[in-house]
Write a protein of this length. Sequence first.
Lengths: 243, 316
Amino acid sequence: MQTVVNLWPLIGVFVIIIGFVLRFNPLLVVSAAAIVTGLAANFPLEKIISEMGEGFLQTRALQLILLLPLAVIGLLERHGLRLHAQNWIASFQRATVGRLLIMYLFVRETTAAVGLTSLGGHPQMVRPLLAPMAEGAAENKYGKLPAPVRQKVLAMCAATDNIGLFFGEDVFVAFGAIALMHTFLLGSGLDVEPLHIAFWGIPTAICAFIVHALRLYRFDLMLERSMAEVAREEADAAQELAR
Amino acid sequence: MIISIEYFYWLAGVLLLITAGMILTDRTHPKRWTSGLFWALFAMVFLIGDRLSPFVVGIGVLVMAGIAGIGGVGRGTHAELHVKAARASAGRLGHKLFIPALSIPLVTVIGSILLKNTQIGGVPLLDPKNTTFVSLGIGCMVALVLACILTRDTPLQGLRESRRLTEALGWTMVLPQMLAMLGLLFNDAGVGTAVAHVTTAYINMDYRLVAVMVYVLGMALFTVIMGNGFAAFPVMTGGVGVPVLVGIYDANPAVMAAIGMFSGYCGTLMTPMAANFNIVPVALLELPDKYAVIKAQMPTALMMLVVNIVLLYLLM
């Protein structure tokens, strides 16, 4: 057990960490990590570069999700999609960022749990619809948001989409991850029904909804507090000016 | 199959090539030549990638990384529709603007679920291995037609918008693919075995709770490194899950697997390695802090790790 494991490829992990921390361009960091890892595993350079090319080709489908919707989304944005989404949500008096995102989290997680994972997503849902709606709900209540607060709202939209997706999709029995787990366990001599694996994901999925919904509820309180502070500062500044 | 994923690779390649062409002919572009070359190289991966040797593609990838590294991927200026005109158009079109936007997910779902097994004359309609991607591609084209009819704008304007957003994303767009490539290489080089060795060899797992914690936190840590829970699962489950949790503590393997994978997902929420979930949205939402989405997710992910430890301990 002692000597068989080659620990040198871990250098690649350090290259990644150091590269990300020092904020070098991530494409360069990843290339460097790939080459270092390959060399540490005693691959010849030519094989490393071929493997990089091979891997890059194999994962092209990932790119389609991002690239293909851009023309439509751009066209609709040009004609006021984001503006309309913002105005529409502002017409609901009781809408807040937290409530909107809790509702979205629920819909995203439950639809993902029945296999409808492509109902959300960053290019086609978060950027053109969810983010402007959240911004509209916040501005309806507090007026124009200062940049740092606005950025927090937008980041929370993206985070909520991810969390809803992740903790929903794994409960769906025909999802790839379930098949992967089933196959792997079978290979280790454990025959487990895929349905059972999906079923035992449910407690975590419910807890994830509760945890994140509570955070979103508190996010509203945080917004309230920081906007009250902004208003107070502005009032102080106005008073100063009047004097 | 009638509709193969190949066609959408070509479509993606053509879109990227047009973007490159628009940049190369744009005299006002600050990084005209390097940006043009970057997107043209990326287009080639989609257009002729299969006919090139992997070595040549690898060199292309390195050149792209080099261009991005010297800051050679810039952003051109773009004539946006005047705010007033956009407002007028939003007022005129109203809720109809949602139709094309929502038709992308709708068509994707219909295609990947209802048309999944449809055959015409014994030939499958959609690429059986890639139904979701192919359905998404069809959805985007349906949506583009609807959007053009609705806004009375031209497909050419759609191409300009595609270029605008592609340039707004910049090199970030390539990052998920680069990281997926790195994940494959990590696997081949045995990074997984090395991490499993480090996480398991020096910890005494005589206590049930410690063993549970090693498995849950190991899944998360390993996913943070690889950017993908699927890569972590075989390593941690083979290293700790099956021999220790099932073998010694008699855990229910279904519970262990389900909660183990979710622990990996907690890792996914915390790592820049999962670029398509954590870094790409930062670019899409034009946020200045690269880690803004990760920071927003971090508290949920950490709390869920604690929840997972408790649940696995109680339920297994």
